[in-house]
Every structure is written in C-alpha cells, then in structure tokens.
Design a binder for this molecule. Sequence first.
Ligand code: FAD
Ligand code: NAI
Length: 474
Amino acid sequence: MADYQVAVIGAGPAGYVAAIRCAQLGMQVVCIDKHVDDKGKSALGGTCLNVGCIPSKALLDSSHHYAFLRQHAKEHGIQAENVRIDISTMQARKTKIVQMLTRGIASLFKKNNITHITGQALLRSDKQIDITQNDGHLQTLTAETIIIATGSSPTELPFAKFHSDKVVDSSGGLAFENVPERIGILGAGAIGLELGSIWSRLGSKVDILELSSEFLPTADRKIADLALKTLKKQGINIGLNRKVTSVLLQGEEITVAFESQENGGRIEFYQPDKLIVAVGRRPNTRNLGLEALGIQLDTHGFIQVGEDKQTQIAGIYAIGDVIGGPMLAHKGSEEGIMVAERLVGQHTTVNYATVPWVIYTTPEIAWVGSTEAQLQTRGINYKIGEFPLIASGRARALGETTGLIRMLADAQTDRILGVHIFAPQASELISEAVLAMTFEASSEDLACTIHAHPTLSESLHEAAFAIDNRGIHI
Ligand code: FAD
Ligand code: NAI
C-alpha cells in the first residue's frame, strides 16, 4: 500500500488548491514544495503568493496611493505637500502581506490534515518520489496518484543574462530598495506593464522595449490602442518594434543595444540604471525525472496532458503553468479542483472560454472571451455595444473618466461572446461578464439586469444596451 493516496508536487495556486480539494474529498495527501523565503523558511503559495500576483498588487496599491497624493489630491481639495515615499516601509508592508498569506496556506494544510514537505521532488516511478530536503537529507515516499504542479520561471534571454541587482527578472523588479532613476524593461506584457506602472508612479523614468509591432496582441484592438495612449501619457515610454541585440554590463553601467524599425533598423543605445527582463515564462520541468518516466513535453516544453490533465503515464497528472495555456493563478486553481474531483468520479470541467484576463495598470485592462479579430477569423457575425467611461457618473465622481467598455454579442443569437474593459476596477467588473458568459447569457439578459446607481458596473449595463442602439447615457 502506498504512503499517500495523492502526492502534489508544487504548492502554487494550482498545487495547493488541488491538495486542499483532494483532502476535503477524503484523500490522504502530501504536498512537496521546495520554495523557501529569504530567511530559509518554507513559504507555500508558489510564484503567485511569493513573487507574483500578491507582492505585485501590494506595490501597485502603494504606488497608486503615492501617485494619487502627488497628482490628484489637490483636485479634491486635499493639501498634501512634501509627500515622500519610504521604499523600505513599502517593501516591508509587501513582505508582511506575503508572509500572512503564505502562513495562511500552511494553516489550511494543517486544518485539512495535509502533510507538507519542504524539498526538491524527483519522480522515480509512477508511484515513487524522491525528495531532497533543503538540508540535503533524502526522503522517499510513495503515492497512488501524483499531481505535478511545478509552475514556471522567468525566461532568460541569452544576450541579457540575469545579473545581481542590475539585470533582473520580475522578482528582482519587485525588490528594489530605492527608486532607480531610469528603468529599462524588456517586454510590454503583463509583467512589464505592471512593474513599469509601479516604478513610474514612484518616480522612475521607465522605458519599455517591446519586440512585437503590436501592443498586447491578444487584447481587443481598440482597448489596446487606448491603453497604449493612456500609459504613454502617464509617462511610461513604450517602444514597439524594438529588437534588443545585446546587453552589456560594465561595472555599474548597463548598455542596451537595440534595432528600432522606426529608424530603418538602425542600432540605438540606451543606458538604464536597472534592466528588468519580462519576456515570458518557461515551464519548470527540469530535474523532475520526466524523461526517464516517458512523460512527454510539447514543442514549447510544457507537459502534455489529456483533457483530464493526465499525462501519458496513468495516475500522473499535471496542472497549472507547467501545462501551458493561460499562465494565470485562477486557471491553475480551477484545474486543481477539476483533477481532485475527477479522482472521486465527479465530472468537473474547466471552461477555458471564460477565463478572465486582467492587467493591473491604471486604469485596469480586463477581458473575457473573444476579440473582434478572433470572431472575424472564425467568420462569426457579431454586434458591438460600447460605453465610454467619460459618460459614467461614478467614474466622474472618482475622477477617473478614461476608459471604455466593449461588449460583443452574436448577431443572430445575441449570446455574449466577449467583453473588453479598460476602466478603474476592471478586475472586479469583469466578473459580471464572466458570470454572464458562464450562464451563456445574451446581451439582452445583461440589459435586463438591474445595476445599482451610481456604480462603474452601470457601464457594463450601458454597453449591453448599446448593442441594440438603446444606450441611455450616450
Ligand atoms: P507556481 O505558482 O509557479 O508554483 C509552483 C511551485 O512548485 C513553486 O513553489 C516551486 O518552488 C515549486 N516547485 C517547482 N519544482 C519543484 C520540484 N521539483 N520540487 C518541489 N517543488 C517544486 N497570475 C494571475 O492570475 N494574476 C496576477 O495578478 C498575476 N500576477 C503575476 C505577477 C508576477 C510578477 C508574476 C511573475 C506572475 C503573476 N501571475 C499572475 C502568474 C501566476 O503567478 C502564475 O500563473 C501562477 O503562480 C501559476 O501557478 P502554479 O501553481 O502553476 O505554479
Ligand atoms: P507576456 O507573455 O505577458 O509578455 C511578454 C512580452 O515580451 C510580449 O509582449 C513579447 O512580445 C515580449 N518579448 C518577447 N521577447 C522579447 C524580447 N527579446 N525583447 C523585447 N520584448 C520581448 O509575459 P510576462 O509579462 O513575462 O508575464 C509572464 C506570464 O505571467 C504571463 O503569461 C501572464 O499570464 C502572467 N502574469 C499575469 C499577470 C496578471 O494576470 N495580471 C501579471 C503578471 C504576469
């Protein structure tokens, strides 16, 4: 008989949620994770809690308050002179939030009788895992089912290797101890835009060099164009079509050489004080023993799984960033719940068509479902309803009127096919659209739904009205 019914490797939002759900369903569970904090203490929660979603949002909120006091308080009649930021206090607050949440996961493990082992796991067979603990001690255990949830790590570019605190990944970019004068960021994706927003609000001159000619290619075009214009206006310099060819570090000096298509491919040089490389993440599949077991990876290195998240080896599952798809915490958690529930014979599925995306800029960018471009490619006839935030009473009261909501619905059935938001609190507003799409609602259903006044959510209501050309406030 195996030591455990389920062994989960990785305690990020995919792994820890799978472990808790398995335990709730009566299984005996062990979760192995190698992550330790800078004091050497085990810290559950994976990338998301330790160096991702949570610390980035803590700094986004701190920097938002600072920017408000400096730039907008006056409009409210608030006299806030000599506003200064103490970065060490801001960082200590971030660390405390992370610690509280990671300890919260440890308490949940305890409550659910989940065994937690800190160490590096290696698959020895379909039922056996070797664990090298951080003190070098080796432990072996067996489990009837194994769930791999080892997540992902920042991609390193061959010509821009991470180096001390000068050329850094996202974790380094969340840990600066003072406000660098000039920050260069490679990549205008979610990380580039969020870290760029934080440090720009705190006073850094931020330049983002993006390889692609298109800004946020997976977002709605009109929303992406408006977001680009707005972020540039905030002082974040975003350059598209910038192909970095070398990054030279000499003493304290960083020199970035890049080709700019705007200048006919001419090489230009740029010298930031810090360079953050945010060009995507790669799956953590090395040193896991996958090859020896015959577990296959796809061409991008993600673990290949079936619809049930099972690998080629019966009883070994994989979930979260390590299997690809949207590299988002909530997507991994849903997969964790699905695998746990299917292990006891339930028929849970993950509806990938309704996974929401959010980028926490000011205003926030959020979307769910298809873009216009995707509908056009698929030959689907659609209707559009738009509502600009400038017409919202609540947005006016907030003093945040930049933004737009776009709703796309099937021209024949009126079913909502996509919702794209650039607005304050878009991260919260998008949930209504996700719920509507999960219930396969029509734009008429949303138009018939009473929204409290004055709220930002009324803008979604108005976008639904606008689909039938009956917007009240536009
Ligand atoms: P991870 O969270 O990466 O966890 C994997 C765990 O496995 C890690 O703790 C790792 O140490 C452990 N591990 C790996 N190999 C082994 C091994 N061999 N043995 C033992 N343990 C191992 N997503 C959002 O949805 N919203 C956001 O706002 C957001 N913000 C982000 C901001 C930043 C700066 C970053 C970097 C990411 C952000 N993400 C966000 C993405 C999100 O963090 C990931 O999608 C999510 O953490 C993936 O969860 P996971 O459980 O698959 O893997
Ligand atoms: P990303 O895939 O979002 O963006 C990377 C960007 O870098 C792309 O625009 C790409 O064109 C560009 N790029 C690639 N190579 C380049 C090069 N050599 N030079 C310049 N630009 C280059 O990846 P990112 O921002 O690193 O984030 C990784 C993952 O983390 C994302 O997939 C996202 O899902 C997740 N994340 C989610 C957040 C959220 O949900 N709010 C926040 C932060 C990260």
